[in-house]
Write a protein that binds this ligand. Structure first.
Ligand code: TXA
Ligand code: MG
Length: 317
């Protein structure tokens, strides 16, 4: 990304600059009340792929979409009465709700990792609010640290970990909460605690008037972001063959680099572009009803995350 990351003060003009960077598909570290987030335009798949590249994340997991208010959130996800009650009680704040993705929301498929649900949060930090309103859109934002490292609660943490890979960091001092938001989802009609976090589970249960359930056995509430831990990870309906150089017997071939295929993740062999197209390509291939073949993708940089995801999608089930 950029060698000259700009360290910005939390004032209107500089926030406007950060919003402009987001609109151009660049990455901005923004303060939230939980931890600093690494934000990209959630409707721009290539920008969001840049988050993975900057963090060096070895796998794709769905990211949290940050919206300035409930009205905006409802244009992205579908809220039932219970979800609205939680939003009314705890937004803005350290609560993330996983709700069905609204059709036509425009959210890039890499944000949801191809799922039909979306995680949304309205942050309470005034600077995050100002940035979202100035940008006029929604951002995907995981914690702004290199993969596997400790979450950042100051701008200096972000600078130390990712300083050379961002357009800007907005320094608004230390985060108040210091741990990530609590994530609540639905499974079998029950509210489940997908990730303990800054808002106590008991407080949420009190609001709902019922205890929170534990996620299904194949999801680990302590490490929901661990590869393969999400119960609902996307897998195509048809078999998927990896490392294919050409299509066999009716296969839909997803190309890469000099293997064109029926569609290509990136004809130029650009791994950031490939990452941003991965889930769309799998969905489109799946929609043909044909078996799917996938050209080899080099196993470095974002290629590692792409291959991790492809191996999961190809695994016997
Ligand atoms: O406090 C926070 O939540 C911070 C700050 C920056 O806002 N953000 C954060 O975002 O932690 P992120 O993107 O790292 O959170 C990703 C986690 C995933 O590991 C997964 O547990 C959950 O959110 N998640 C996202 N989308 C999901 C979905 N559709 N279904 C289930 N879980 C989902
Ligand atoms: Mg994190």
């Amino acid at each position: 990304m950029s060698p000259e990351t700009r360290l910005l003060a939390p004032e209107a003009e500089q926030i406007a600059y950060a919003a402009m960077m987001l609109a151009q598909g660049r990455l901005v570290a923004m303060p939230t009340e939980t931890v600093y987030g690494l934000a990209a335009d959630a409707r721009n798949g290539q920008a969001v792929a840049g988050i993975y590249a900057a963090k060096g994340r070895p796998s794709f997991n769905p990211l949290i979409v940050h919206a300035p208010d409930l009205a905006t959130a409802e244009r992205i996800g579908i809220f039932d009465d219970a979800a609205r009650r939680l939003a009314a009680a705890f937004w803005p704040g350290a609560l993330t709700l996983v709700v069905p993705l609204r059709g036509g929301s425009g959210i890039a498929s890499i944000v949801t990792a191809g799922l039909d649900t979306v995680a949304i949060r309205v942050p309470a930090h005034p600077v995050a609010q100002d940035l979202l309103y100035a940008f006029g859109g929604v951002v995907a934002a995981p914690s702004a640290n290199p993969s596997g490292r400790i979450s950042p609660t100051t701008a200096q943490h972000v600078m130390d970990g990712l300083g050379d890979r961002l357009a800007a960091i907005i320094d608004a001092g230390p985060c108040q909460v210091g741990v990530e938001s609590t994530i609540i989802g639905r499974q079998g009609g029950k509210h489940v605690l997908l990730r303990p976090g800054g808002l106590p589970a008991e407080t949420i249960a009190d609001c709902l008037g019922e205890p929170l359930a534990s996620p299904a056995a194949n999801a680990d509430p302590q490490r929901p972001e661990a590869p393969g831990m999400l119960s609902s990870h996307y897998a195509p309906g048809a078999p998927l063959r990896l490392n294919a150089r050409e299509a066999e017997s009716g296969e839909f071939l997803i190309g890469f680099g000099d293997i064109p295929g029926d569609t290509s993740l990136s004809a130029s062999g650009d791994l950031v572009e490939a990452a941003s197209r991965l889930f769309d390509a799998l969905h489109r291939a799946d929609a043909t009803g044909r078996p799917i073949a996938m050209a080899p993708v080099p196993d470095h940089g974002l290629g590692r995350a792409i291959n991790d995801r492809l191996r999961r999608a190809a695994a016997p089930r």
